[in-house]
Design a protein around this ligand. Structure first.
Ligand code: NAP
Ligand code: ZN
Ligand code: ZN
Length: 347
């Protein structure tokens, strides 16, 4: 066993605290990663507070992981010690079902092995995430991160990056397309940067007037204040694609009014409770309401290579691991600019 220090939530209502755990010994296809940085995703917060139900405790969250490869198994060809490696939301999948064969492991029909708050494919061994010093993972579920990218600022690409890149690609964001991004947090700021890098025209839709200047700096050319009803009238029928990253319940119908004929709104945020959608919000204008879940391993590598080429990383606030509970409180207030990243050497 390989010992690791970590930070864990002991139970749903409890703050995170120091924790010790063992990683498995390296199998022939495994790599050992000495974790340097781990991003703090709103999904970490939903899960440590058990807002989606069925959470497993103690829980070591974290699925925006970057570190150096310390050791490799006998059969590992993709990595060597000293390489920079990234790990995102999955550490394994069945590798045999139609979704896995189409490089869409996030939709594995047997259920992917999530990086934390889940189990390995044996459905018994608990998984623990990146708020820890070391991680053992199969080489197929680790990503190559260009040494030209700042590793702390690249960590959030492993979830916020791929989660926004994948739907932008799937719904063809690019030159001549009007993209609206709802919610300027971790996912939202990556959506703005990536959509702009793809050549789309981006409008930020936010509850925070104070974030307008940042939205423009990140690449948005338009801004709409969503706490003002006039915004929904001014931008009615404007967007080919709306990327919705809001983490709390909100009225999808109002936002669908800003989608143009034959356009789509894609939900990325996972509020804990459902919200009704009126058929008429979709029927008038032949609109599509969709959703998207992270991205497969192949596409995650494509996104990392795209980010290296276009020099895209996250805007981060690097914090000691001990500050994570306060970071969660700030995240709930929308006070994030625009991703907290844990400096794992402080563990
Ligand atoms: P975040 O950094 O906290 O950002 C969320 C943003 O949403 C906030 O900054 C705020 O932006 C806006 N917002 C929050 N509460 C709101 C409310 N009550 N009404 C209106 N706007 C509100 O969160 P994140 O890490 O980007 O994650 C966002 C959501 O995506 C979470 O639910 C997370 O679980 C989910 N997620 C999904 C996937 C996937 O694969 N689909 C992957 C990762 C995360 P403004 O201040 O600009 O309004
Ligand atoms: Zn995430
Ligand atoms: Zn599968």
């Amino acid at each position: 066993m390989i010992h690791a220090k970590a930070y864990a939530a002991p139970a749903a209502a409890m703050p995170l605290a120091p924790f010790e755990l063992d990683r498995r010994d390296l199998g022939p296809e495994d790599i050992l990663v000495d974790i340097a940085f781990c991003g703090v995703c709103h999904s970490d917060l939903h899960q440590v507070r058990d807002e989606w139900g069925g959470a497993l405790f103690p829980m070591v969250p974290g699925h925006e992981i970057i570190g150096r490869v310390a050791q490799v198994g006998d059969q590992v060809k993709a990595f060597k010690p000293g390489d920079m490696a990234g790990v995102g939301c999955m550490v394994d999948a069945c590798r045999a079902c139609p979704s896995c064969k189409e490089d869409l492991e996030q939709f594995c029909e047997r259920g992917a092995a999530w990086t934390y708050n889940g189990t390995e494919m044996d459905r018994a061994t608990r998984t623990h995430g990146g708020y820890s010093t070391r991680l053992v993972v199969d080489q197929r579920f680790a990503l190559h991160v260009s040494p030209t990218l700042d590793p702390a600022a690249a960590a959030p690409l492993l979830c916020a990056g791929i989660t926004t890149y994948s739907p932008l690609r799937h719904w063809n964001a690019g030159p001549g397309k009007q993209v609206g991004v709802v919610g300027l947090g971790g996912l939202g700021h990556m959506a703005v940067k990536l959509a702009a890098a793809m050549g789309a025209e981006v409008t930020m839709l936010s509850t925070s007037r104070a974030k307008e200047a940042d939205a423009r700096r990140l690449g948005a050319t338009g801004f709409g204040l969503t706490s003002d009803a006039a915004t929904f009238k001014r931008l009615a029928g404007r967007f080919d694609l709306i990327i919705d990253t809001i983490s709390a319940p909100h009225d999808y119908n109002a936002y669908l009014g800003m989608v143009r004929r034959d356009g789509a709104m894609v939900l990325l945020g996972v509020p804990p409770t459902p919200t009704p959608v009126a058929a008429t919000s979709l029927i008038f204008g032949r609109k599509t309401l969709g959703g998207s879940l992270i991205g497969g391993i192949r596409e995650t590598q494509e996104m990392l290579d795209f980010c290296a080429e276009h020099k895209v990383v996250s805007d981060i606030e690097l914090i000691p691991v001990q500050d994570v509970n306060q970071a969660y409180e700030r995240m709930i207030k929308g006070d994030v600019r625009y991703r907290f990243v844990l400096d794992i050497k402080t563990l």
